[in-house]
Design a protein around this ligand. Structure first.
Ligand SMILES: Nc1ncnc2c1ncn2[C@@H]1O[C@H](COP(=O)(O)OP(=O)(O)OP(=O)(O)O)[C@@H](O)[C@H]1O
Length: 301
C-alpha cells in the first residue's frame, strides 16, 4: 500500500502549518519525520490519516484518496502523541470500538498483546500511568492490523525495555505483513536504527528527504593520525566533504566509494586510522550544513 502526499497544504487561519508537501513512502518501509516543536509534523500526519482535509493537494494510498474514504481509512491508523481514550473507558471497551472501525482487527492478537504487556483490560485507562496508556494505545493499534501506521512521537513515556519491545513488534509487522509506517520524533538517536528513510520538517516544509541506505553506503567517517599533517591533496584525493583537525588527528566525512578508501588512506602513511559508519546526526550535520541550515537549530534532542 504505497502512501503518497501530493502537493498538500494545510493552514489554520493565516498560519501555514504544512506547505506544499510531496512525500512518498514505499510499502513495507518505515519513514521518520523529524523536526522541532511546531515544525508541522502532527498536522502533516493528521492530513495523511484523513483527520484533516488538505486545503490543496491530496493524500493517496495506492492511488485512492484517503479523505472521507472509509474503505481506505480502515487500513490506516493514526496514533496521537498523547493517547486518547473515551471518558471512563477500559482497554476492553476501546477494543470493542476499534473492532468496529478496523476490518482486520484480531481478537486473538489483542488477548496475546494485553497478556504480554501485562495491561489489565477492565481497568479505567485514564487511571493508568503515562507509559501504560502508551502501551494500551500500541496494543490497540497492533491488534487492528492496519496496513499503514502513522505514529506521532510514539515512544514518548515508554521505558527503554518497553521501547525495545514495541520496536520489535513494529519491525515484525513490517517484515511479516508489509506494513508501512511513518513515525515522528524530535530525537535523531531514537530513529537511528529504525528508519529506511527520513525527512526533516521545518516551518511547515520538508527541507530534506533521504533514503538512509543511500547515505550509509556512500559516506563514512575517517579518523586518522599522522606524524606530519598532509597537504591539501589529501582532502581532494580522498573526497573529504567535512573535516576537523585536532593536533595531528583529522576526523573527516568521506564521500564516495568506501571500498577503495583503505587503499587511498595507506598511501599517506598514517600512524593509525579508523573507518567508521556515520551516525544519523553526523549525516544530517553534514548534509544540512550543505543546504545552509544548522541541524542543531532544527532538531532538538
Ligand atoms: N488546530 C490548530 N489550530 C491553529 N494552529 C494550529 C493547530 N494545530 C497546529 N497549529 C499550528 O501549526 C503549526 C504546526 O504545528 P504541529 O502541531 O503540526 O507541529 P509539530 O511539528 O507536530 O510540533 P510538536 O513537535 O511540538 O508536536 C504550529 O505553529 C501550530 O501552532
Amino acid at each position: 500500500m504505497k502512501l503518497a502526499v501530493n502537493g498538500a497544504d494545510k493552514s489554520f487561519g493565516k498560519k501555514k502549518a504544512v506547505e506544499h508537501i510531496d512525500l512518498s513512502v514505499e510499502e513495507g518501509t518505515i519513514h521518520g519525520l523529524l523536526g522541532s516543536n511546531g515544525a508541522g509534523k502532527t498536522t502533516l500526519m493528521k492530513v495523511m490519516s484523513g483527520i484533516y482535509k488538505a486545503d490543496t493537494g491530496s493524500v493517496t494510498y495506492d492511488d485512492n484518496n484517503i479523505f472521507e474514504n472509509p474503505s481506505v481509512k480502515s487500513d490506516v491508523i493514526f496514533m496521537h502523541d498523547i493517547p486518547f481514550f473515551f471518558k471512563g473507558a477500559t482497554l476492553k471497551k476501546m477494543a470493542k470500538f476499534y473492532k468496529t472501525m478496523y476490518k482486520n482487527w484480531s481478537d486473538d492478537r489483542f488477548r496475546q498483546l494485553a497478556a504480554h504487556f501485562g495491561i489489565v483490560t477492565d481497568k479505567q485507562l485514564n487511571q493508568m500511568s503515562k507509559g501504560m496508556k502508551r502501551q494500551a494505545a500500541f496494543i490497540l493499534a497492533f491488534s487492528a492490523r492496519p496496513k499503514v501506521m502513522l505514529l506521532d512521537e510514539p515512544f514518548d513515556g515508554l521505558d527503554p525495555i518497553m521501547r525495545k519491545q514495541v520496536k520489535n513488534i513494529l519491525m515484525q509487522d513490517i517484515a511479516n505483513h508489509n506494513m508501512t509506517v511513518v513515525a515522528s520524533s524530535h530525537n535523531l538517536r531514537e530513529m537511528e536504527d529504525l528508519c529506511d528513510s527520513v525527512s526533516i520538517m521545518h516551518d511547515g516544509k520538508i527541507l530534506y528527504h533521504k533514503e538512509l541506505t543511500d547515505i550509509r553506503g556512500t559516506h563514512c567517517k575517517l579518523q586518522i593520525a599522522f606524524k606530519e599533517l598532509p597537504g591539501d591533496e589529501f582532502f581532494t584525493d580522498l573526497n573529504i566533504v567535512h573535516h576537523k583537525t585536532k593536533g595531528r588527528i583529522i576526523t573527516c566525512i568521506v564521500k564516495g566509494n568506501i571500498d577503495q578508501l583503505e587503499e587511498k588512506v595507506t598511501k599517506y602513511n598514517p600512524l593509525m586510522y579508523d573507518i567508521l559508519p556515520l551516525t544519523l546526526e553526523e549525516i544530517f550535520t553534514y548534509e544540512m550544513g550543505e543546504l545552509g541550515y544548522e541541524i542543531s537549530n532544527i532538531i532538538v534532542e
